[in-house]
Ligand binder design. Structure first.
Ligand SMILES: [Zn+2]
Length: 413
């Protein structure tokens, strides 16, 4: 247990402190006499000769009406080594409440905020779970035993469940015609062989993924795209019997969540609600987990929508153009609605890196990607969780993803 002595009753402060130390419990006191171990207690805006005094910010950030209009420039580049000279709870609040995402609007062609906008970019980069390291440093300083248990799991997005199968007559014939017109003999042959069941569908990598998860004792999650076909939503028809069979069979061995489609922002909530309903009918139980297609989300609307649709955990917290920790942590945390000043019921589950970000945006070779994964995993060993985003397509070990199963398997080491 961590004891905090303060007369500050700010919800922001409570949120930051409790998320920071969780699962270690926090005992709040506003009088010195009520402390059980004053010599070990943390004093915040409360003068004391004993215990540990937390440096407090001049911004008075814990006032409800305080709004950041720019990124605080006094957090030093060497944040970890100067961790006792900063208002550590302010840093935690700033990162977890995703203040950057409210303050800055620079986004890419898909409406996603770019990683260079985040404050960590001005420190040592995003590839560091600053909060997890700070937490570890602070617990050691306080002499408190950590009760945190790391989670390692596989999370897989299913944009296109099969390359050729179960697409319906119209799209199957359309695909054949396209191969013929383009003179794409390789694709045509593969399509015909797959349709005749002479070859396995290239995207049918589910038994491989489950075998890997089972061999290493990792839980596994699949997020299914069940939106209407069109634009960036290139999934199978949600009515497809083959797709429904696949989802129902995976649900027996893994956790299944929704992968809300790529929509206009103003219709996103309604469309997501329909997609959740489709999945709930297939699995015959409520849908509790979600990750946005293209990691496309808008703060705070997307999270508010998910919360109102009874999603318990969202797995979108990562970057499409970079690896590392967008919210400064690898650990699950509660989402704080910064504009409404309230702690939401939605839990945010971060990931370190996505297959396409590694290969296309970082441009890493297979060997480079393996090295980076090992290093990143080692960096949070014992202090954080490990998750990546993979797709059923990218572990097929064929065509542009030839050899990438080696990278996928590197994370188990
Ligand atoms: Zn997707």
């Amino acid at each position: 247990m961590v004891e905090i002595c303060t007369t500050n009753t700010s919800l922001r402060l409570r949120y930051a402190v409790e998320q920071f130390f969780a699962p270690v419990q926090v005992h709040w006191c506003n009088r010195f006499e009520d402390l059980i171990r004053p010599d070990r207690a943390v004093f915040y805006q409360f003068p004391s000769e004993k215990g540990i005094q937390i440096c407090t910010s001049s911004r008075n950030w814990t006032e409800h009406d305080f709004r950041y209009t720019e990124q605080p420039q006094d957090w030093k580049l060497n944040l970890l080594s100067s961790s006792f000279d900063i208002d550590v709870f302010e840093v935690v609040f700033y990162l977890l409440a995703r203040v950057d995402e409210h303050a800055f609007a620079e986004s890419d062609e898909h409406g996603r905020i770019q990683s260079k906008e985040f404050i960590q970019h001005q420190w040592g980069g995003l590839n560091c779970a600053y909060i997890d390291h700070l937490r570890s440093i602070w617990l050691k300083r306080l002499g408190i035993q950590d009760t945190f248990k790391s989670t390692q799991e596989l999370t897989i997005d299913i944009d296109s469940a099969y390359a050729f199968l179960h697409k319906g007559m119209k799209r199957t014939l359309g695909g054949l015609a396209k191969d013929l017109l383009k003179g794409d003999v390789r694709n045509l042959l593969e399509r015909v062989q797959t349709l005749l069941h002479l070859k396995e569908d290239r995207f049918d990598t589910y038994s491989y993924i489950l075998t890997q998860a089972n061999t290493h004792g990792w839980p596994c999650r699949f997020f299914f795209l069940l939106t209407d076909f069109g634009g960036q939503n290139i999934g199978l028809p949600y009515q497809s019997k083959g797709l429904k069979r696949l989802i129902a069979s995976l649900e027996k061995e893994a956790t299944v969540g929704i992968h809300p489609g790529y929509h206009e922002w103003n219709s996103a909530k309604n469309r997501t609600s329909i997609e959740i309903q489709r999945l709930a009918e297939i699995i015959d139980s409520p849908v509790l987990h979600s990750r946005q297609h293209f990691l496309r989300m808008q703060m705070p609307d997307t999270y508010r929508s998910l919360e109102s649709l009874d999603i318990q955990k969202d797995y979108t917290m990562g970057m499409a153009d970079e690896v590392g920790y967008r919210a400064g942590t690898s650990r699950t945390f509660r989402w704080y609605d910064y504009q409404q000043d309230r702690v939401s019921s939605l839990e945010i589950v971060p990931f370190w890196g996505m297959d396409s970000a590694i290969k296309r945006h970082k441009g890493w070779s297979i060997e480079e990607a393996k090295k980076e994964i090992l290093q990143a995993k080692k960096a949070i060993d014992g202090i954080g969780d490990w998750r990546m985003v993979w797709h059923n397509e990218t572990v097929c070990d064929e065509r542009e993803w030839k050899g990438w199963r080696n990278v996928f398997e590197e994370q188990f080491k």
